[in-house]
Design a protein around this ligand. Structure first.
Ligand code: ATP
Ligand code: MG
Length: 181
């Protein structure tokens, strides 16, 4: 665009998807940036269970960031959690995101791995589309996850695909503390 005067806005719908590493990191990068302006950020984690990650510790040090881990782990990965319990957890996570989006407290709301929750048949794609549509103009909603949903990428205003070029995992190398978790 070559206009000299750019329109200023105060919120966006953002989607980070794809098979490469960097979706959650990108969302957390925005959270860190937003915190610098004392914006209130809520991060709701779908899918992932009780596993520890470095950001959990860092988030506790920052007053404007709040993390809610609401998933029960990966669906069908040998844990004895029924699909109904997974759906219930995903519903609750969805309600937290919606409440934050429509409420006063938060400026930035991150629905981490919400796209994976659709893929796992825990949440309906339409419900997520409704969420994007209900975003007040002054709030930022960030959706992450591996799968691509064309309806969702059309509905979001800023979309980046994180494409995998290489990943050490393919050479049998495990996740690295402070980098991957
Ligand atoms: P990150 O949290 O590091 O930004 P991500 O959100 O893009 O990663 P997820 O799909 O949420 O990736 O996967 C979570 C974990 O799997 C992270 O530890 C990440 O480093 C790792 N990972 C991401 N992409 C791949 C891949 N293509 N192959 C193997 N492991 C991956
Ligand atoms: Mg992620």
């Amino acid at each position: 665009m070559t206009t000299t005067k750019l329109k200023q806005i105060s919120g966006l719908s953002i989607c980070f998807f794809g098979k490469g590493k960097g979706k959650t990191s990108a969302a957390l990068g925005i959270a860190l940036r937003a915190a610098g302006y004392n914006k209130q950020v809520l991060i709701v984690q779908f899918i992932k269970g009780d596993w520890f990650s470095g950001e959990e510790k860092s988030i506790k040090k920052l007053k404007s960031l709040k993390l809610k881990k609401m998933g029960l782990g990966f669906v069908g990965l040998g844990n004895d959690v029924s699909i109904l319990s997974h759906r219930d957890a995903a519903d609750k996570a969805f309600d937290e995101v919606k409440k934050a989006l429509l409420g006063k407290r938060y400026d930035v709301i991150i629905a981490d791995e919400i796209l994976g929750a659709i893929k796992g048949d825990l949440i309906k794609e339409k419900k997520v589309l409704g969420l994007i549509g209900s975003r007040p103009a002054n709030k930022t909603l960030i959706l992450t996850g591996r799968p691509e949903y064309p309806s969702i990428t059309s509905a979001c205003e800023m979309v980046s695909e994180i494409k995998k070029i290489k990943h050490p995992f393919d050479k049998g190398i495990g996740a690295l503390e402070g980098i991957d978790y």
